[in-house]
Design a protein around this ligand. Structure first.
Ligand code: CP
Ligand code: NVA
Length: 325
């Protein structure tokens, strides 16, 4: 070690030792935010959306870097985070499947500690939610869940923001979830409780959200009613929301799931019970499975608004987690 390096590392009053930093705030699921923080994120997202659409610069995170770690494919999550960081004046580094040592045996804990020495935040899309927990436990920078098998909280931010835009608030908005009770549904259930939405979820038997998710929703407002009859759930709803039946990583269960989800397709017959309902989908959609092409392409869907709002809400989340002015 030369003199210069040892002097800067130990004597400078301007430098901080990452080991002495206070613990970072993570976003592994939507209830990591308080109700006030959620409201603040939506308020910032609204301002950022207006600025973006007006072509007004809003570089509130200059020189900050986000690492984006993906174990699974993505269109929206990757591009919305990457362009979002550019618009905020920062930079994003894409780390796809088989591009890091994670796929060759380096533990998540070591990856998290190394990345923390370079970047200001890590966003990760993983198979196993425990990998995110481990990353958060070892990272000294915020870790953001870009989808795990248990949760997809960034999607929930965009979903709630889209509902707010469509209905001018959350009060008295009745939402019917139709389909699988897994990651997207689980985060949405908790977020809906925090926002005060009236949520009913129709899933086939055995595909309900986990009990601990329902308990967390209850803790933050109200657990959704879970039923097994899609028609009953949709009756009179203001919003009908669905997701794919076969999620990433479930390809081997495809045949079984297609059978189990029969009758849960969002189509014109089902929507006859909610003629005014707005239709939501996190995308990608599988036309002819969970939703018909007719419904997806109709003017009752807000799926492109949802997709756009991923970017605005995530920018607001990053601004919150990284303490932008
Ligand atoms: N909804 C969503 O997360 O889309 P991607 O898989 O394309 O990121
Ligand atoms: N439930 C889906 C969501 C995709 C955004 C999946 O996990 O593949």
């Amino acid at each position: 070690m030369n003199e210069y390096a040892s002097e800067t590392a130990t004597d400078s009053t301007d430098s901080t030792d990452p080991n002495d930093e206070p613990p970072a705030s993570h976003f592994l699921d939507v209830d990591n935010l308080s109700d006030d923080e959620l409201a603040e994120v939506f308020s910032t997202a609204g301002e950022l959306k207006v600025a973006h659409r007006a072509g007004k610069p809003h570089a509130v995170l200059p020189n900050r870097t986000l690492a984006m770690l993906f174990e699974k494919p993505s269109t929206r999550t990757r591009v919305s985070f990457e362009t979002g960081m550019t618009q905020l004046g920062g930079h994003a580094v894409y780390l796809g499947p088989d591009t890091t040592h994670l796929d060759h045996g380096e533990p998540v804990a070591d990856t998290a500690r190394a990345l923390s020495r370079y970047v200001d935040a890590v966003m990760a899309r993983v198979f196993d939610h425990d990998a995110l927990e481990s990353m958060a436990a070892h990272a000294s920078v915020p870790v953001v869940n870009g989808l795990s098998d248990d949760a997809h909280p960034c999607q929930t931010l965009a979903d709630l923001f889209t509902i707010y835009e469509q209905f001018g608030g959350f009060e008295d908005v009745e939402v019917a979830w139709v389909g699988d009770g897994n990651n997207v549904a689980q985060s949405f259930a908790v977020g809906a409780a925090m926002a005060g939405l009236d949520l009913t979820m129709a899933t086939p038997e055995g595909y309900e959200p986990d009990d601990d998710v329902l308990a967390r929703a209850d803790e933050r407002g109200c657990a959704p009613e879970v039923v097994h009859d899609p028609e009953a759930a949709v009756e009179g709803a203001d919003v009908v929301y669905t997701d794919v039946w076969v999620s990433m990583g479930e390809e081997e269960e495809r045949e079984a799931k297609l059978g189990d989800f029969e009758g849960f397709q969002v189509n014109d017959d089902l929507l006859a019970g909610a003629p005014e309902a707005t239709v939501m989908h996190c995308l990608p959609a599988h036309r002819g499975e969970e939703i018909t092409a007719d419904v997806l392409e109709s003017d009752r869907t807000v799926v492109w608004e949802q997709a756009e709002n991923r970017m605005h809400t995530q920018k607001a989340l990053l601004a919150h987690l990284l303490g932008a002015e």
